[in-house]
Every structure is written in C-alpha cells, then in structure tokens.
Design a protein around this ligand. Structure first.
Ligand code: ADP
Length: 247
C-alpha cells in the first residue's frame, strides 16, 4: 500500500469520483476504413483503438478448424502509451492479456457459423492509465459488432478494487498501483455469464461478493453506453442518406 491517501475525508477518490462512479467514457465505432470493424474508447485517460478482421480465410491453412472459426487476439501497448517508452515487443503481460481477452469472447461469438475461417481482434492501447484490459474488451465488443460478426451479446468489462480499505469501481492507474486489490471482470448480460475474472491483491469473501455485484452494476452501465454507441452509428448513417437524397 502506498503512502498517499486514496480516499479523502469526504469519501472521494484522487480524481474526485465517488466509490461507485465510472470515469468519463467516450465510445465510437467504424472509424477505421481499412478494417472490417473498428472502435475507439476513452475511459478517463486511457485511450484504446480496436480493429477487427474477419471472418476470413485461415492462413496458414492447417490452423483452420473444421467445425468453427478460430479467434485470435492481440493486445498491445504502443511505445508512447506509458510515461516511460515501452518496448514495442510483446511482453509477458501482453501475451497473457491477449489470451484472456480472446477467452472472454469465446462464449459470445457464433464461431460455429464460420468453419475454416478466422477472426482477428487487434487491441492497441494508445494511452494507458489503468483498466486497459477491461476498456479493451468493451471496445473490442463494439468492433466485433461493427464488423457484422454474429454475437450472442456484447461483452462489457470493468474492474473493481480496494483502495484505503474501500471498494471502488473502474480504478485509474494510481488506484491500481497503490490500492490493495484490483479485480477486472468481463460480463455478458444476456447470458448472465462472467467471461473474465482476475484478482490482483486480496479481498475477504464478503468483500469479494460485494465487489462482484459492483462490477456487474458498472458493466451494465457500460453495456448501455455500448448499445447507444452502436445505435448512434445507424442513426447517423440514416441521416446522411436522407440529407444526400434531399441535396
Ligand atoms: P490494466 O491496464 O488492465 O489495469 P494492469 O493492471 O496490468 O492492466 O496495469 C495497470 C496499469 O499499469 C496500466 O493501465 C498502465 O497504465 C500501467 N502499465 C502497465 N504496463 C506498463 C508498462 N510496461 N509501463 C508503464 N506502465 C504500465
């Protein structure tokens, strides 16, 4: 635990948030012309862009599966995403995150519709300030939907942690590093299923139960934003067509 006080006398956090308050979130879809699907998210100071390709033919062919599509994921932090330049080579942490993020999507993608094909998810962290695996999952869901890949539901993700003895949602970098616990959760509302749950630090059994509830609530707020973002794209496209017809 750090020396710094992470919750002040009014019960507010280092960035002025209440314990159950998310950071400001901005989401956008379909911003990359050369990917099949794309999305961008800003969650506090974390900024992430995601590109999705597929379903497409598998290369090399022998990797293909007869009954389903393979899903591949690359989580990567840009060299300029951290205060000190980060090596662009994939670290152990990035390799682990790529694997668990892929696994977080396995339950929602109708991969059985696309035998012998593959779906590629590229998550590029442009600026990191905590919670990037969760924000990456949230944005990757949007990019998959934007690519037109059939999904059972979107996946929404958010971390809950413990700072100064108190449970808080959506930790920023300082809270993540100096707090006592950090628990990222990915939630699939339609299936009422958790597809990622990790824990760094320690919580009591009681705190864990409370933290899980807080994480689900936070994920539901993020889920609403995801749905709004996807709908907005179609509203804008419709308006553009209508304007074009008028001109
Ligand atoms: P997450 O981003 O999902 O919370 P971690 O808990 O591993 O993942 O990391 C927390 C934060 O630590 C990151 O969001 C980032 O701000 C910072 N961080 C991670 N790796 C590095 C690194 N190699 N150099 C500097 N900061 C890093």
């Amino acid at each position: 635990m750090g020396e710094r006080k992470l919750i002040d006398e009014n019960g507010l956090r280092v960035d002025g948030r209440r314990p159950d308050e998310l950071r400001p979130i901005k989401m956008e879809v379909g911003l990359l012309a050369n990917a099949d699907g794309s999305a961008y998210i800003e969650q506090g100071k974390s900024k992430i862009i995601v590109a999705v390709y597929g379903p497409k033919e598998v290369h090399p062919k022998h990797l293909g599966l007869t009954g389903r599509a393979i899903i591949r994921c690359r989580y990567h932090m840009a060299p300029f995403s951290t205060p000190e330049r980060k090596s662009p080579a994939p670290s152990r942490r990035e390799i682990e995150l790529s694997k668990i993020i892929r696994e977080a999507f396995e339950p929602v993608i109708f991969s059985e519709y696309y035998p012998r094909s593959m779906i590629d998810i590229f998550i590029e962290v442009l600026q990191s300030d905590g919670g990037t695996r969760c924000a990456g999952i949230t944005a990757a869901s949007l990019a998959l939907a934007d690519a037109g890949i059939p999904l059972r539901d979107l996946v929404a993700a958010c971390a809950v942690g413990k700072v100064d003895g108190q449970l808080v949602v959506d930790l920023n970098d300082v809270e993540d590093k100096e707090g006592e616990a950090d628990m990222p959760v990915a939630y699939i509302p339609a299936l009422n299923q958790i597809s990622l749950l990790q824990m760094d630090g320690q919580l009591t059994e009681e705190e864990f139960a409370k933290a899980l509830e807080m994480a689900k609530e936070a994920c539901m707020k993020i889920y609403q934003l995801q749905k709004q973002t996807l709908k907005q794209k179609y509203v804008e496209a419709k308006e553009a067509v209508e304007k074009g017809e008028e001109a």
